[in-house]
Design a protein around this ligand. Structure first.
Ligand SMILES: *[C@@H]1O[C@H](CO)[C@@H](O)[C@H](O)[C@H]1NC(C)=O
Ligand SMILES: *[C@@H]1O[C@H](CO)[C@@H](O)[C@H](O)[C@H]1NC(C)=O
Ligand SMILES: *[C@@H]1O[C@H](CO)[C@@H](O)[C@H](O)[C@H]1NC(C)=O
Ligand SMILES: *[C@@H]1O[C@H](CO)[C@@H](O)[C@H](O)[C@H]1NC(C)=O
Length: 676
C-alpha cells in the first residue's frame, strides 16, 4: 500500500518539474469549494508534522543562526488587496484602515482542526494572547502598537497569528507591510526604505517563495512589489502572483496573465475577494459564479482562478518547498552545531581554583618555551607556516650576513683607501733612533686603535637590531599563547620588554668589551696572517721601483688593488718602506679582526638566545607576575569580558542548535516517507 502511495506522489513531482512549475493543480477545483479539507487532507497528514517542525524552528529564532526556513512571503503594493487575500485564506478579519495596517511582519499560521470552534491566538514578545474571530483584528492592532509603537512607524520584530479553524488550509505565511512610496502624515520620511529593507530581508533567501499580490486594475509592470521580487528572483522561479479585484477590471485580464510580461514562474491565480457583508461562503460562490459567467473572465483556465485554487497551490508549494529544504536545514544545523561546539572547546576553560590557574599558567609558559625553542633554536616554523617574520633562523642568518657584509664593506676594510697616509703620519711622529726596517708595535697599535673604534658602532647597532627582532618574535609568541587572558597578556608583554632591555644592555656591554680587547692587543695564531702578509710584501719592490721612478700615481698592487700614491707621500721617502710594511701587516691583520668580530658574535648570540629561551624568559615572567599580583595567580588569569561574552553567545547558539537538531531528528525519519 505504502509503496503505491509513494509512486503516486513522485509522479506528481515529475509533472511539476516537467512543466517548469512547482505546482500542478488537481482537476477538481472548478467547484466552489468552501472547505479545503476533503481535497488536501491525506496530503496534510503527511506534511503537517514537517510544517509544525518548521514553525517550531521559526519560533526558536533559528534564522538568527543564519539558517533560513522555507517561507511563503506575501508582498504587495499598498491597496493591492493583500489583506483581503489573507482574510479569504484564513476566513477571519484582519485590521483595515487608512495607511499601512501591517506594520510588523505578521507570521500567519493557519491550521485546520476538526473542532467547530476556532482557536485564535497571537504570539509576540514571549507571550501568548488568546482571542476570537470577533476580536482578532483589534487584538492585532493592540499587539502591533505594543511592538512598533502607537504611531505609524514599522518594526522588524514579528508578530505571530495562529488560526486553528475547521476548513482552513495548513499554511504558514509571512505578511509584510504594504509598499508605500509617499509617507503620510506621521510616518517617518524614509518609510519606503524601511519597508523595502524588511521585505528584502524576507524575500532574499532562496528558501522563500514570494507571493506577489497584484491588483487587476494596475499595470503589473509598474508594480513596486514586482520590481522588488524581480531583483532577488530574476526569472520568477519562486514567485507566484495573485491577481485581486478581478471583478473590477475583467477586460484584458486574460491577456495580461497569459502574456506574463513580468515573469511569474509559478503562475497566476485570479481571485475575487469578499465584498461588503458577504460571508466567506457567499464570497466563494460569487467568485465561482463570476469566473464561470463573465465573458472576459471565463476565458481564464479554471486552474488559475479562485481562492481555493490559490490555497491548494500554496499548500502544495509549501510541501514541496519544505521537503526540498529540510535535508539542507538538517545538514546546516549539524555543521553549525559542530563548528560552534569546537569553537567552544577551543575557548579557554574558566578557571575556578588557584591550582587550575597555576596549571594553566605553567602550560602557557611551557608552550611559549616550546614555540620559542622551535623558532629560535631549532629553526622549525611549523606553527607559523605563513608568517615569514617568524621564520627566525632564516631571518637571523640574513641579518647576520648583512652584519658581516657591513663590516667587510666598511671604509676601514678598504686597504687602498688613503693609501699609506695614516701609516706615514704615525711613523713620522713616532720616529726614534732605531733600525729603519723595523715596524714598531706602538705604531701598529696607533693605527689599529682608531680603525677599530671607527667600526665599533657596527656590532653595537647589530646587537640592538637583533634583540629588537627577537623581542618582536617573543612578544608575538607570548600574545598568541596567552591571548585568552588579558591580564596575563599585559604582564608578559611588560616582562618581555624588560627582559629585552636587559639582554640588549648585556650584549652591548659584551660588544664594547670585545672592541676594547681588539684595541688593546694585536694577536692571532692564525697562520693565514703571515701568509697574507708575505704575499702582499712580495709586491713591495715593484711598488717602490715605480714610486722612485715617479711613474704615475695609480699603481696596481697584487693582492690589494689599485692604489693612489699622493704626491706628498714622496716627501716621506725615509719612512715609506716602513709604512708599506705596516700597511701590509695591518691589511692582513684586519681580516683576522673582522673574522673574529663575526665569529665571536655568532657564538655569543647563540648562547644568549639559548639562555633567553631556556631560563631568562621564564624567570622574568614569573617575577613580573608575582610582583604585580602578589602571588594571586587566579587574578592574572582572569578571563577578558570579550571571551566571557563569546562563551555566552556560543553557549546560547549551541543550546538553540541542539534543540533544533533534536526537534528535526524525530521527523526526519518520517521525511523519507513524505517524498513528493
Ligand atoms: C525570538 O526573538 C524574539 C525577538 O526577536 C523574542 O521576543 C523571542 O523571545 C525569541 N524566541 C526565543 C525562543 O528565543
Ligand atoms: C557558530 O558557527 C557558525 C558557523 O561556523 C558561525 O557562523 C557562528 O558565528 C558561530 N556562532 C557563534 C556564536 O560564534
Ligand atoms: C551553558 O549553558 C548551560 C545550560 O544550557 C549551563 O549549564 C552552562 O553553565 C553554560 N555555560 C556557560 C559558560 O555559560
Ligand atoms: C512518524 O511516523 C510514525 C508512524 O508512521 C508516527 O507514529 C510518528 O508520530 C511520526 N513522527 C512524527 C514526529 O511525526
Amino acid at each position: 500500500m505504502a509503496g503505491k502511495k509513494h509512486s503516486a506522489s513522485r509522479g506528481r513531482v515529475g509533472n511539476a518539474s516537467g512543466s517548469g512549475a512547482l505546482v500542478p493543480v488537481e482537476e477538481s477545483l472548478a467547484l466552489p469549494v468552501v472547505n479545503f479539507v476533503p481535497i488536501v487532507s491525506s496530503y496534510n497528514d503527511r506534511i503537517r508534522p514537517l510544517l509544525d517542525a518548521v514553525d517550531k524552528l521559526r519560533h526558536l529564532n533559528i534564522t538568527k543562526e543564519g539558517i533560513q526556513l522555507p517561507t511563503i512571503v506575501v508582498v504587495g503594493d499598498q491597496s493591492s488587496g493583500k489583506s483581503s487575500v489573507l482574510e479569504s485564506l484564513a476566513g477571519i478579519s484582519l485590521p483595515r484602515g487608512q495607511g499601512i495596517c501591517t506594520r510588523v511582519p505578521l507570521i500567519m499560521r493557519l491550521q485546520h482542526h476538526s473542532s467547530p470552534t476556532p482557536e485564535i491566538f497571537l504570539e509576540f514578545n514571549s507571550k501568548t494572547i488568546r482571542t476570537d474571530e470577533a476580536q482578532v483584528a483589534n487584538a492585532i492592532v493592540v499587539a502591533t502598537d505594543e511592538i512598533a509603537g502607537n504611531g505609524k512607524g514599522i518594526s522588524n520584530s514579528p508578530l505571530t497569528l495562529v488560526v486553528k479553524k475547521a476548513g482552513v488550509p495548513d499554511l504558514t505565511m509571512v505578511d509584510l507591510p504594504g509598499i508605500t512610496r509617499v509617507p503620510v502624515k506621521g510616518q517617518p520620511e524614509n518609510i519606503y526604505e524601511q519597508i523595502a529593507d524588511i521585505i528584502n530581508e524576507y524575500i532574499k533567501p532562496e528558501e522563500s517563495i514570494i507571493l506577489n499580490v497584484l491588483s487587476a486594475t494596475d499595470d503589473f509592470t509598474t508594480c513596486e512589489s514586482i520590481r522588488m521580487s524581480q531583483k532577488v528572483d530574476r526569472n520568477g522561479e519562486r514567485t507566484l502572483a495573485v491577481v485581486t479585484k478581478s471583478d473590477k477590471s475583467p477586460e484584458g485580464l486574460f491577456e495580461k496573465v497569459t502574456a506574463d510580461d513580468v515573469n511569474i514562474g509559478l503562475g497566476y491565480v485570479c481571485v475575487r475577494n469578499r465584498i461588503g457583508d458577504e460571508s466567506y461562503e457567499e464570497a466563494r460562490q460569487e467568485e465561482a459564479f463570476l469566473f464561470e459567467n463573465n465573458p472576459h473572465l471565463s476565458k481564464i483556465d479554471k486552474s488559475m482562478v479562485g481562492i481555493s485554487v490559490l490555497a491548494q497551490k500554496l499548500v502544495h508549494i509549501q510541501a514541496t518547498l519544505i521537503a526540498k529544504c529540510l535535508p539542507d536545514i538538517v545538514r546546516k544545523i549539524h555543521d553549525k552545531l559542530n563548528a560552534n561546539i569546537s569553537d567552544l572547546k577551543r575557548l579557554p576553560k574558566t578557571l575556578s581554583s588557584p591550582a587550575e590557574a597555576l596549571t594553566t599558567l605553567m602550560g602557557i609558559i611551557g608552550a611559549v618555551k616550546d614555540s620559542l625553542k622551535k623558532l629560535l633554536v631549532n629553526g622549525e616554523y611549523d606553527e607559523y607556516p605563513d608568517e615569514n617574520q617568524m621564520h627566525c633562523s632564516a631571518r637571523l642568518v640574513e641579518m647576520f650576513n648583512k652584519y658581516s657584509s657591513d663590516l667587510n664593506n666598511s671604509p676601514e676594510s678598504d686597504p687602498t683607501r688613503d693609501f699609506l697616509i695614516a701609516e706615514v703620519r704615525v711613523l713620522d711622529e713616532g720616529k726614534r733612533i732605531e733600525l729603519p726596517n723595523f715596524v714598531p708595535r706602538n705604531a701598529f697599535l696607533a693605527v689599529l686603535q682608531p680603525k677599530v673604534h671607527r667600526i665599533s658602532h657596527i656590532p653595537v647597532d647589530f646587537v640592538v637590531k637583533i634583540w629588537d627582532y627577537i623581542e618582536e618574535v617573543v612578544i608575538s609568541v607570548l600574545m598568541h599563547q596567552s591571548e585568552n587572558y588579558h591580564q596575563l597578556e599585559a604582564s608578559t608583554r611588560r616582562a618581555c620588554r624588560n627582559l629585552m632591555e636587559k639582554m640588549k644592555e648585556k650584549s652591548i656591554n659584551w660588544v664594547l668589551e670585545v672592541v676594547q680587547m681588539e684595541k688593546l692587543s694585536d694577536y692571532t695564531c692564525s697562520p693565514e696572517y703571515v701568509t697574507e702578509w708575505n704575499k702582499l710584501m712580495a709586491a713591495q719592490q715593484v711598488f717602490f721601483d715605480l714610486v722612485e721612478k715617479n711613474q704615475g700615481s695609480n699603481i696596481n698592487i697584487e693582492g690589494l688593488g689599485l692604489v693612489v700614491v699622493k704626491d706628498d707621500l714622496r716627501g716621506y721617502m725615509p719612512v715609506l718602506r716602513q709604512a708599506y710594511d705596516l700597511k701590509m701587516r695591518m691589511t692582513a691583520y684586519w681580516k683576522v679582526v673582522m673574522r673574529r668580530l663575526v665569529d665571536s658574535m655568532a657564538l655569543y648570540l647563540q648562547l644568549s638566545i639559548r639562555n633567553l629561551v631556556n631560563n631568562e624568559l621564564e624567570k622574568e615572567i614569573v617575577n613580573q607576575l608575582m610582583t604585580t599580583y602578589n602571588g594571586q595567580i587566579e587574578k592574572m588569569l582572569e578571563e577578558s569580558p570579550a571571551i566571557a561574552a563569546k562563551r555566552e553567545k556560543l553557549n546560547a547558539s549551541i543550546r538553540l542548535l541542539k534543540h533544533s537538531k533534536d526537534l528535526l531528528a524525530n521527523i526526519m525519519d518520517n521525511l523519507t516517507s513524505v517524498v513528493f
